[in-house]
Design a protein around this ligand. Structure first.
Ligand code: C2E
Ligand code: MG
Ligand code: MG
Length: 235
């Protein structure tokens, strides 16, 4: 079914807003894949992305999502940006930068308005190859964000090895802010301080309440994404 879903265009990105805490305005959206399944309804990525990774179909799905995301974003006003998730398998597959270049060319979206989100797990396979792909992508003029920071190895050497444009602080840290007396504040502050020193922006993921919003702002995050601001919606 997943194989058929791709040509049938049953998989589509939804878009979740991201706001800047500098001016409280929407600066762009993250594209999040949804599978509109004939019998089972709208399926979230955790229902099919792992299978797509395992079968290699992620390469085709990812290619389609980046094309569709760039096409939709090219109709947005001003310089609103779009962020697209790139899975480890997709990152390692040959032809990623050709795919990105083609999506930009077809849509006419300026490269500066596209951000690619990668996770630390891409470094595990081969650090040198990973860095060379990251630099190749950066040369296209797109921005690179490190997603889900804090959940994996959170290696300082990876952070030092590439000048990421943005570090996305994993939603688990934001969720932990709800409990009194834990060290979630300290972790968020440590990440924003470190990222700041390295010249990288920070985004807090999964902000659901105004209390969390106030804390991540006070702890120095630059951007916020979460249900408080808006849920992923089709466009
Ligand atoms: P992610 O990139 O870290 O995306 C953030 C996830 O958190 C999204 O889940 C989003 O809907 C959810 N979220 C946003 N705000 C809140 C909030 O306030 N509270 C809570 N509880 N959740 C919030 P989603 O859409 O289910 O996506 C899950 C993951 O699937 C993504 O995590 C990303 O890693 C992956 N994914 C999504 N679309 C794609 C895609 O096109 N390609 C690839 N390779 N992976 C994708
Ligand atoms: Mg993401
Ligand atoms: Mg994330």
């Amino acid at each position: 079914e997943l194989r058929q879903a791709i040509p049938q265009e049953d998989i589509k990105p939804h878009f979740q807003p991201i706001i800047s805490l500098g001016n409280d305005r929407i600066i762009g959206f993250e594209a999040l894949a949804r599978w509109d399944h004939a019998e089972r309804g709208l399926l979230a990525p955790d229902m099919f992305i792992p299978l797509a990774e395992e079968t290699g179909l992620i390469v085709q799905i990812g290619e389609w999502v980046v094309h569709e995301a760039c096409r939709v974003a090219s109709n947005w006003p001003g310089d609103l940006s779009v962020a697209v998730n790139i899975s480890p398998k997709q990152f390692l597959a040959p032809g990623l930068s050709a795919t990105i270049l083609q999506a930009l060319t077809n849509s006419g979206l300026p490269p500066s308005r596209l951000e690619l989100e990668i996770t630390e797990s891409i470094f595990i396979a081969d650090v040198d190859a990973t860095l060379s792909t990251l630099h190749m992508l950066r040369e296209l003029g797109v921005r690179i964000a490190l997603d889900d920071f804090g959940t994996g190895y959170s290696s300082l050497s990876y952070l030092r090895s590439f000048p990421f444009d943005k570090v996305k602080i994993d939603q688990s840290f934001v969720r932990d802010l709800n409990e009194k007396g834990n060290n979630a504040h300290a972790v968020i502050r440590a990440i924003t301080t470190l990222a700041d020193a390295l010249g990288m922006d920070t985004l807090a993921e999964g902000v659901e309440s105004s209390e969390q919003f106030d804390i991540v702002r006070a702890e120095g995050c630059c951007y916020v994404e979460g249900y408080l601001v808006g849920r992923p919606l089709p466009m």
